[in-house]
Design a protein around this ligand. Sequence first.
Ligand code: GLP
Length: 259
Amino acid sequence: MAEIIIVPYAAAAGSLVADAIVRLIERNREAVLGLATGSTPLPVYQALEPRLKGIDVSRVRGFALDEYVGLDPAHPESYRSVIQREVVEPLGLDPALIRVPDGSLDGIEHAGEEYEEAILAAGGVDLQLLGIGTDGHIGFNEPGSSFASLTRVKTLTEQTRDDNARFFDSVDDVPRHCITQGLGTILRARHLVLLAFGAGKAEAVAGAVEGPLTASLPGSAIQLHPRATVVVDEAAASRLRFADYYRYTYENKPAWQAI
Ligand code: GLP
C-alpha cells in the first residue's frame, strides 16, 4: 500500500516533499519530474525554491500532468502559463526541458500520442507530484477513467469546472475539455507523491487510499503502484479509517528510509 504521512499543515508537506525532490536531483542531474498544477503542489514549489539555490538544475526535465483544451496558451490560467510562473521561473529550470500537453485545437487528435512518446523518450518520470480533485480525479482523469488510459482528451465534470472556476472570471470561462496524462501514464512513473489539504479533500483521500479499486474514484489507482507516498494534513486525513496506524508507522519509521 501507499505510505501515508499525516502532517500538521501544508508547509510541512511542502518541506518533506521538496527534500525528496532535492535528493532525487542530487542523485540524478537529469531527473524527470512529473509536475502538477492546482493549489495543492504550491507549498512544494515554494519549499523547493530556496533548497535548489546552488544546485545545478540546468538539465532537470519535467512533464506536466494536464492542460485545458482550446485555452490560449498565453492565458494566465493555462497550465503552460501556470507551470512557467509557479515552477520554471522560480526554480530556474530550463523552459526548453519542461513540457506541458499541447491543448491547442489544431492537431489535438495526435497530441496525446506525441506526449506519451516524449515521456518515453525522456526515460519516464522519476517522481510524479499529484493533487486530487474533490471527485477523486488525479491529473484530469475524471470518474470512469480506465486504469490503463494514456494521455488523451477528456471532458471535465461540472464539479471540476465549478472547483476550478476560482481561477477564472466565471465558471463559463472554464474550458469543457482537457488533455491529461492517463492513469496508465501516471502509474508508469517510478514514484508517486500525492498531496491533499483541507476537509474538502477528506472523502477523495479516503476513497483513494482505503476504498475499493474503482475507476469511479480514479485516485484509487495509486493502490496499484509499488511506490506511492500520500502526504495529507489532519483535515484531509480526517476520514481515514487507519489514520492511527499511519501515524504509528511514520513515527516508527527507520531513519534510513526516506520517503
Ligand atoms: C485540478 C488539476 C489536478 C489537481 C486537482 C486539484 O483541476 N487538474 O491536477 O490535482 O484538480 O486541484 P487543487 O490542488 O487546486 O485542489
